[in-house]
Design a protein around this ligand. Structure first.
Ligand code: PEP
Length: 274
């Protein structure tokens, strides 16, 4: 179902204590964001276990349903001798252990990690993740019960050469076209122009709307009316001062936020921009 989502990508930032403090600051303000806006905190792997408990401990039911946690990556293999990798299944089941921590109350309950980011341009660029690898990751994440925030976006030179539709179209087709309609229901797409990530440059709302509409049309060509239900986020230097304008576009359903997600008050202000 198409949802208004504001997801924070913390990247490799914050110690566990700092991450817990950030999450607590955000949780304390959940009552101040619109009821139909959903937050996702995508923390480093090391933070997911405590965050599962902290979010699980939220008492007010109207607040708890407004927030999920997510990972930023998963392996393209199920299990085995892949030193340093973390599988989708490990991520999707970690909440089951929250009640087993020594001293935890009997009713201690963790929330399931619900999302994983796949295909972020930093993973594609720095770690050589191809569309073929990303398809493997996406399928494993979905079969483990995770929802996928699948990132696409072009470099500046590709936009200047007028190739952005081809690049983004290919990223959509080579991964998402391989999924079933049932699997597509658990996909969120994030359009993140690489030239706007962490640079302070934002796509104009017209540029962003144009390519979001293109993404929806490309999905529609394969999946028909289901495309109207797919949530498509914008990412790239989104901040409190530009979020309202971006989110007012018909095909922009929210944001994937990097730098501004590390400040609780900015993240909440972005979520209030609807
Ligand atoms: C990101 O990397 O996902 C991102 C959107 O970063 P920033 O908001 O810092 O540009």
């Amino acid at each position: 179902m198409r949802q208004k989502i504001v997801a924070g990508n913390w990247k490799m930032n914050t110690t566990i204590s700092e991450g817990i403090e950030l999450a607590n600051n955000i949780i304390a303000k959940l009552g101040e964001i619109p009821q139909d806006v959903h937050l996702v905190l995508c923390s480093p792997f090391t933070h997911l276990f405590p965050l599962s408990k902290i979010v699980g401990d939220i008492k007010c039911p109207g607040c708890r349903s407004k927030i999920s946690i997510g990972a930023q990556n998963c392996a393209n293999k199920d299990n085995g001798a892949y030193t340093g990798e973390v599988s989708a299944k490990m991520i999707a089941t970690l909440h089951e252990a929250v009640g087993t921590i020594a001293g935890a109350p009997e009713d201690a309950e963790g929330v399931k990690v619900e999302y994983v980011i796949i295909g972020h341009s930093e993973r594609r660029g720095y770690y050589g993740e191809t569309n073929a690898i990303l398809l493997e990751k996406t399928k494993l994440a979905l079969s483990s019960g995770l929802k996928v925030i699948y990132c696409v976006g072009e470099e500046l030179s590709q936009r200047e050469a007028g190739k952005h539709f081809d690049i983004v179209g290919e990223e959509i087709k080579s991964v998402l076209y391989e999924l079933t309609p049932e699997q597509m229901k658990n996909i969120v797409v994030a359009y993140e122009p690489i030239w706007a990530i962490g640079t302070g440059k934002t796509a104009t709302s017209d540029q962003a709307q144009e390519i979001h509409a293109f993404i929806r049309k490309t999905i529609e060509e394969k999946f028909g009316a289901l495309a109207q239900d797919i949530t498509i986020l914008y990412g790239g230097s989104c901040k409190p001062s530009n979020a309202k304008e971006l989110f007012s576009q018909p095909d922009i359903d929210g944001g994937l936020i990097g730098g501004a997600a590390l400040k609780g008050e900015d993240f909440i202000a972005i979520a209030q921009s609807y």
